[in-house]
Design a protein around this ligand. Structure first.
Ligand code: NDP
Length: 362
């Protein structure tokens, strides 16, 4: 009798729980886990995001969107993805009817970010979009508006904003443990022998769009300020490969309080460091933007050891938790937009031979 009463009580509770409005959130292993669909199964999805999604606590890989049918069986088998969760670029909007998928992660060439982010938002799904957010500020604003209209959240894949030592840079921008910041150097590049679509202007190629957003975004969060002026110069040592876009971009950002950031990015040079000089000392990260092993130190001998966790897993869990708890994203669309506004000025300055251009605040 007692057992029956307990059972009825429990089932009553269960029914009450089931009738609560918890849209599009499934429970997995007793924990809320969001279902993620990756759009574009290229290098980053294959080697970083899908493996990271095997380590996440609050989200998991449940779907794929691809234009390459030959990739489908391998992904389905490896990640146990049912037929119902496999889409292509033409039918992706039908994810709207799929309650298993809560988040659509856009991992396509840069010129495709805006179009497919907007399709994802219109399907009523939360949107994660890789960096750079889009090709220009107009596209960024359209993405933000589509997410607002559909009441879904938008996060940009700025993984470094989720990485422990880069987060210390953000904190020190506020607390100034070595006195006021005076200047900063940020460099991110690698030698690419086969850059593919990254040499094509129509696809959103160019070092500045690709690696250049790291020094740019980092300069903003490591100073805690928005740039007020920029000057830039682009160059190439392989004109046969980089006839349409920049292979290397050097740019200087002027911030309020006389702070200057010297930045460089390239597909032709290996570089990966951040140095910040302050009135009473300095600190650095080297490497500052690798997938793992980001570490650094300070002028008084403090060591900043690596985080020791999968960066992308931390990023996606942070973003999943922000959705589950209805909190702001760490790197929202507005942050991506701020970078693209500056990036457009960087290209404008480079086209004008390095002319200093002022940037209007948002
Ligand atoms: P890849 O070229 O390796 O993959 C892109 C994928 O997009 C392709 O495999 C393909 O997937 C799909 N695609 C659809 N249409 C096209 C097209 N016309 N040309 C080429 N590919 C197409 O690129 P990455 O994975 O390296 O980069 C994708 C995005 O991720 C970029 O925005 C990049 O900036 C970002 N990225 C971010 C990183 C980070 O650290 N945050 C690191 C690396 C990349 P399919 O065959 O499934 O259709």
């Amino acid at each position: 009798m007692d057992n029956r009463r307990t059972f009825l009580k429990k089932s009553g509770l269960l029914l009450t729980a089931l009738s609560l409005p918890i849209p599009n959130i499934l429970f997995a292993g007793g924990k809320k886990k969001l279902g993620v669909a990756l759009v574009g199964l290229g290098g980053y999805s294959t080697h970083q995001l899908a493996p990271a999604l095997q380590q996440t606590e609050y989200c998991e890989l449940r779907g794929i969107v691809t234009g390459s049918p030959e990739k489908i069986p391998r992904w389905q088998e490896k990640y146990n993805i049912p037929d119902a969760n496999v889409y292509n670029y033409e039918n992706m909007h039908e994810i709207a009817k799929n309650d298993n998928i809560n988040v659509i992660y856009i991992v396509l060439p840069n010129s495709m970010h805006a179009k497919y982010s907007i399709i994802a938002a219109n399907a009523g799904k939360h949107v994660w979009c890789e960096k750079p957010m889009a090709m220009n500020a107009k596209e960024c604003r359209e993405m933000i508006a589509a997410c607002e209209k559909n009441k879904v959240k938008l996060a940009i894949g700025y993984r470094l904003q989720h990485e422990k030592n880069n987060r210390i840079m953000m904190k020190w921008a506020e607390t100034n443990p070595y006195g006021s910041i005076q200047n900063l150097t940020a460099k991110a590049g690698f030698f690419s022998s086969n850059p593919g679509w990254r040499t094509e202007a129509d696809m959103g190629g160019g070092a500045m769009y690709d690696m250049g957003v790291y020094p740019l975004n980092t300069s903003r969060y490591s100073t805690g300020r928005e740039p007020i002026a920029v000057s830039a110069k682009s160059s190439t040592s392989r004109p046969e490969l980089f006839s349409e876009v920049d292979e290397t971009m050097e740019f200087t950002l002027e911030f309020p309080d006389g702070i200057t950031a010297h930045c460089r990015t390239s597909f032709g040079e290996n570089m990966n460091n951040l140095e910040i000089s302050c009135r009473d000392g300095s600190y650095y990260l080297q490497p500052f933007q690798s997938y793992s092993g980001v570490k650094g130190g300070t002028s008084d001998g403090k060591i900043l050891p690596p985080m020791g966790k999968n960066q992308q897993a931390v990023q996606m869990d942070d973003d999943a938790l922000a959705i589950l708890n209805d909190r702001p994203m760490i790197a929202p669309g507005e942050d991506g937009l701020k970078d693209i506004i500056v990036l457009e000025k960087i290209y404008e300055s480079a086209a004008a031979g390095g002319k200093r251009l002022e940037i209007q605040p948002l």
